[in-house]
Design a binder for this molecule. Structure first.
Ligand code: NDP
Length: 486
């Protein structure tokens, strides 16, 4: 299969490296210029250097060790990073111990995971199946953003229903059916790590091979020349088999639906073991449930985020969604299951306020952009007509597309204030665990690194896509995350 090597054009620097005059290309939502010819490329890199490939190798080796490390820390070393590190340094990672645990509970672990993943696949495909049987049923069809090659992809979304049905089933079992212990997930957490890794690596190899030999949209595939980089970052943009969309499913379903179920399982374990559920565990469950529910309530918005619009589907997303997210994003609950911290009313209220404030900032920013992109001048941002820059960009099929960059409301305060809100929420989750141990704070450090890196990644892409329009936007909104600081 030959991957078409058509350069995607977007920004509008001239060939001599000078930007075209922007003055008449930018207006506060009123003027529109098509005089600038975009030539720069956007979308993912075509070629990579040795440093990037070494970085990928580093990720492939280090990342899978981290969930094992944190699991071992709380299971065997009182959640102490120092003790675990010393143990690993002198005795090595406890692979044999893990293998024994897997072997002794192989059957329930496999059964649990297969039931889980099959159930989530069925729930995700349900609207398509119903539509197939009753063509008059349309379901929640939404369009994704235009891809670099100019395709518009249709999605049928039903995340909220899937989340509600899954949680209903969990509560039904916990309070009425009693088919299995609601804390079973916690008890099988170590062995499950092996099972999810097997699935994640199999999936990564599958999409790698699929990307090379039978992609859905060859003109949206990217091969960099490095097999390692392509394996990690993905070749195909939107791999699908029949109606099944890999990126939307794995990014959104098993991990994120699972997030709140995992937290509930930790809370149940506390109840079974200590006879009570700590205020910190309740607070953590509430704050993270708000975040997860928001995700599904606004699933159409998720189709317009970087994950879906710009990332190719490879090991990074497959392994990240199946292993990293459920294990590392729920670290605070795992810690609290072993250490039921009692916060008391003052601390609980302060953390709740921080978490809710972060959430309000996060949601307001995302909603403003979403509403504005859908309605343009026909919406109000903080009671006023939006200010924005009209832009043009070109996809690799040579077609020009119009776009807009908002600079009022949250988007006039900082270019990524939604990330700032997310960071405040992340800190609140960690604070639920008190300050005795560093381990639960790993999440905040990780999200900080991820989002700061994302700021640069996104701005690099937007600059290539929009060229001088983007320069104008950064001139009008000079701060990235925190006004007057950064
Ligand atoms: P954004 O929702 O900020 O989307 C960035 C895109 O929005 C840009 O690529 C550009 O896309 C468009 N855009 C940028 N500036 C403007 C503007 N001024 N006006 C209009 N459109 C603009 O980023 P993400 O997709 O990364 O994140 C979405 C949310 O998810 C964030 O709130 C983030 O905090 C959260 N998140 C959470 C993670 C977690 O693990 N907890 C991980 C990643 C994200 P275009 O090409 O369409 O112009």
């Amino acid at each position: 299969m030959q991957i078409r090597d058509r350069v995607i054009s977007g920004g509008q620097s001239t060939s001599n490296g000078h930007s075209n005059g922007i003055s008449n290309g930018v207006a506060n939502g009123t003027t529109h210029s098509k005089t600038m010819k975009p030539v720069a490329s956007w979308g993912r890199a075509w070629s990579v250097d040795t440093k990037t490939v070494l970085g990928c190798l580093f990720l492939l080796t280090l990342c899978p060790l981290m969930p094992i490390f944190f699991n071992d820390a709380c299971t065997n070393h009182e959640c102490s990073l120092k003790k675990t590190l010393l143990n690993w340094t002198f005795k090595g990672p406890p692979f044999a111990h893990f293998a024994n645990r897997v072997w002794s509970s192989l059957y329930p672990t496999m059964l649990l995971y297969l039931t889980w993943i099959t159930g989530q696949v069925v729930l995700a495909l349900l609207p398509d199946i119903v539509h197939h049987i009753f063509p008059s049923y349309v379901g929640g069809i939404r369009m994704g953003a235009v891809t670099p090659a100019g395709h518009s992809i249709k999605y049928r979304i039903n995340g909220l229903q899937a989340w509600l049905i899954t949680h209903f089933a969990w509560f039904l079992n916990a309070f009425y059916l009693h088919w299995f212990s609601p804390a079973m997930l916690f008890r099988l957490w170590g062995p499950l790590l092996v099972v999810v890794n097997i699935l994640a690596y199999s999936l990564s190899f599958f999409v790698y091979i699929k990307g090379i030999f039978f992609p859905n949209h060859p003109d949206d595939c990217k091969q960099s020349g490095s097999a390692i980089y392509d394996f990690v970052m993905g070749i195909e943009f939107n791999p699908r088999v029949g109606l099944f969309d890999f990126k939307l499913f794995f990014n959104g379903r098993p991990g994120i639906v699972g997030w709140t179920i995992i937290n509930l399982s930790y809370a149940w374990y506390q109840l079974e073991t200590y006879g009570f559920v700590s205020d910190s565990m309740i607070l953590l469950n509430i704050l993270q449930a708000i975040y997860v529910l928001d995700f599904f309530w606004n699933e159409a918005w998720y189709l317009k985020t970087i994950d879906i619009c710009h990332d190719h589907f490879g090991w990074m997303l497959a392994w990240g969604d199946l292993v990293w997210l459920p294990y590392m994003y729920t670290l605070q609950g795992f810690y609290l299951a072993h250490n039921p911290v009692i916060l008391g009313p003052e601390k609980s209220i302060s953390i709740l306020v921080l978490g809710l404030l972060g959430y309000v900032i996060f949601r307001t920013c995302n909603a403003q952009k979403d509403r504005f992109r859908a309605k343009k001048d026909n919406c109000l941002i903080w009671g006023k007509r939006p200010n924005y820059i009209k832009c043009v960009f070109t996809s690799s099929d040579g077609k020009q597309h119009d776009s807009t960059l908002l600079y009022s409301g949250c988007w006039g305060i900082a270019r990524h204030l939604n990330y700032t809100g997310d960071l405040m929420g992340s800190l609140a989750y960690c604070l639920c665990c008190g300050t005795d141990h560093l381990l639960p704070y790993f999440y905040f450090v990780f999200i900080l690194m991820l989002l700061v890196h994302r700021v640069y990644r996104d701005e690099h892409r937007c600059s290539a896509k929009y060229g001088t329009y983007w320069d104008e936007y950064t001139r009008r909104v000079p701060y990235r995350l925190i006004p007057f600081i950064y």
